[in-house]
Write a protein that binds this ligand. Structure first.
Ligand code: SAM
Length: 382
């Protein structure tokens, strides 16, 4: 039906780990991200040219967009999560270094005045030492009134990043845990982060290209028919993360006050009316296994909608690279990679190959092995 091939040597490329050492890419740690090298591999494999446009409809922290900028390719990114849109925008903007330096100097010369932190939400209060939270709120209040949006975003991202590192927050999958530990003083740490980000900007080479980032739902893209040359993306994995929960503290403390929030549902796969879901899935019933757990159905319904949208906006001959992971349930493994390829075929795409990048055990109660889950790269063409 289509070729399945192991390519385990690319396993790490499906993760954010290689980005941790890369300037600009590492301005915000995003566990759910993939690597710049995977995007560069796909740009090369798809032979994407400088005047062409790449889309990432689930852009996360902008890895596809940044790698496109480095390659001189135009790119469009959408995400439903405000933190992602903010980080992607800030990483892909082009800055006036002198203006940034001037404002950071001004910021660090401001005299500290203790802010009122009593109105902070309980989760935020628990996540920081009192002095750290006071510092964070003090700097945030100063940054909020910087007139230039770009400068404001740049400094706010530096502050957000430093504050999380100087907090008690520990992200364990979809859950935020609070672990008390010794933390570095925020002011010094923040200053170091700003200096590092300024150095990164000096060393990071972006070629001439257009980049567009905005809030948007991948199931209903604001893009013209047949206008996209390539798609490089990774949708949320089945039964994985409720993204808005994981980044709740960053959102509440640094973004809520000055960022407009979209009225979008921030998750793929949370519909509840099972009868309606079953009716809507009928058209694709031969792409879905009979053993599919009911809780997985809304997820595939949403991804059918996304696949149809991708088909609508892709030019004929467009290439798509999609990273996905299989679902682990107490009694079964759901092969999302194979199901998505079947959905793509039914929608009209040619499925060129399914490359298996990682294999892991799916376990129940941490010990009983249910089966093997794959993380795969799906290669399609319109
Ligand atoms: C696996 S992550 C993508 C990470 C990205 N490849 C990177 O390297 O940063 C999936 C992203 O999809 C976003 N998302 C979830 N539902 C969405 C929807 N309906 N439309 C657009 N984005 C959505 C999440 O907020 C998350 O950022």
């Amino acid at each position: 039906m289509f070729r399945i091939q192991e390519c385990l040597e690319w396993g790490q490329l499906a993760t954010f780990v290689p980005n941790k050492k890369l300037p600009v890419y590492n301005w915000f740690y995003y566990k759910e991200g993939f690597s710049r090298d995977l995007v560069l591999e796909l740009i090369r494999m798809f032979n994407i040219k400088e005047e062409q446009t790449v889309l990432d409809p689930f852009c996360g922290v902008g890895t596809t967009l940044l790698a496109s900028q480095e390659s001189g390719i135009n790119s469009i990114g959408f995400d439903v999560q405000p933190v992602s849109v903010f980080v992607s925008k800030t990483k892909t903007d082009r800055y006036d270094l002198n203006e940034l330096k001037c404002w950071s100097k001004k910021l660090f010369s401001e005299k500290f005045e203790k802010p009122d932190i009593s109105c902070q939400p309980p989760l935020v209060k628990k996540a920081f030492k009192k002095e750290t939270l006071e510092d964070a709120v003090f700097f945030r209040n100063k940054i909020m009134f910087i007139p230039s949006e770009k400068t404001r975003n740049f400094l706010m991202l530096a502050l957000m990043n430093s504050a999380v590192k100087a907090s008690y927050i520990y992200k364990d999958g979809a859950v935020i845990k609070i672990r008390k530990k010794p933390v570095p003083p925020l002011r010094k740490f923040f200053q170091r982060t700003v200096n590092k980000m300024l150095r990164d900007l000096k060393n990071f080479q972006r070629k001439e290209s257009k980049t567009f980032v905005d809030f948007g739902d991948a199931r209903k893209l604001r893009i013209e028919n047949e206008s996209i040359d390539a798609v490089i993306t990774s949708p949320p994995y089945l039964n994985k993360i409720e993204y808005s929960k994981v980044y709740e503290i960053e959102q509440k403390l640094f973004l809520d006050l000055f960022q407009e929030k979209p009225a979008l549902r921030s998750y793929i796969g949370i519909d509840t009316d099972i009868n309606e879901i079953n009716r809507n899935l009928l058209e694709y019933s031969d792409s879905l296994p009979e053993t599919l757990p009911p809780e997985a159905k809304p997820y595939f319904l949403d991804l059918i909608q996304v696949t149809k949208e991708l088909y609508r906006i892709c030019k004929k001959g467009a290439k798509l690279g999609i990273v996905t992971g299989n679902g682990c349930f107490p009694h079964t493994v759901v092969d999302s990679d194979i199901i998505l390829c079947k959905i793509a075929k039914k929608t009209g795409f040619k499925v060129k190959k399914l490359l298996v990048l990682n294999k892991r055990w799916c376990t129940r109660d941490r010990t009983k092995k249910v089966g093997i889950t794959r993380e795969s790269l799906l290669l399609w063409e319109k």
